[in-house]
Design a protein around this ligand. Sequence first.
Ligand SMILES: [Zn+2]
Ligand SMILES: [Zn+2]
Length: 262
Amino acid sequence: MAKLIPLFSGSKGNSYYIGSGAGGVLIDAGRSCKQLVNALEENNININKISAVLITHEHIDHCSALRVFAKNTGVKVYATEGTMNRLIADNRIAPGTKTEVINSPVAIGNMLAEPYMTSHDTPQPCCYRIRTADGRCAMVATDLGTVTPEIRSAFRGVDALVLESNHDVYMLKHGIYPPYLKNRILSNLGHLSNEACSAELPEIIQNGTMRIILGHLSEQNNTPAVALKESVDKLTQLGFRRDYDYTIDTAPVVTDGRVVLF
Ligand SMILES: [Zn+2]
Ligand SMILES: [Zn+2]
């Protein structure tokens, strides 16, 4: 049994803890170091038991706490080569910080981290699938302009999945964002809509994933209720029963103590 804890989610910051009693890893380090430390404390996660921070890409909502957090804790930072180069260039990594480029599955303590390339507007973005010592598997898949066949096949065998449900297309198109930003979000290198997210879920649940967390919701162009309704309605139409065939929740903007056991 392992835990997945959404610490932060959305455009102000993203970070997820995945681990077991023996320790765990963070995927992304958004917000500030102080807020990240507070979020971990609130969830009774001992900072000394975090063995790695895996960064998906260099957008600020995924790495704003990284420099200070990694420096203060001595934790090792993993990222793809393209992302690591940008993190260094953007001064997100302090001198002396332990780093490792990740291109293929890497053992971290008693866990296995597997990177999968995502379709997003940075040089080498990825998402991560994490396998725990007891063979359980979690994946965080956000900042996806589209779900590629590679990502879709990586969903197979995942017990707990964070899938992006960023925006309601109508709310985005009729919202206050300038046209260039609307187009960026809607593009294949932007963010996954509620509709696109819900279209993936039947196959994912059919393949055995039972714990779904909708992540990276836009505070401007979405609400938890709207995102949940889109996915639950789609699944209900196809005969999947909530809390029987699957569980679903949204990742909070800031942790409120919700934990997903898998
Ligand atoms: Zn991004
Ligand atoms: Zn993001």
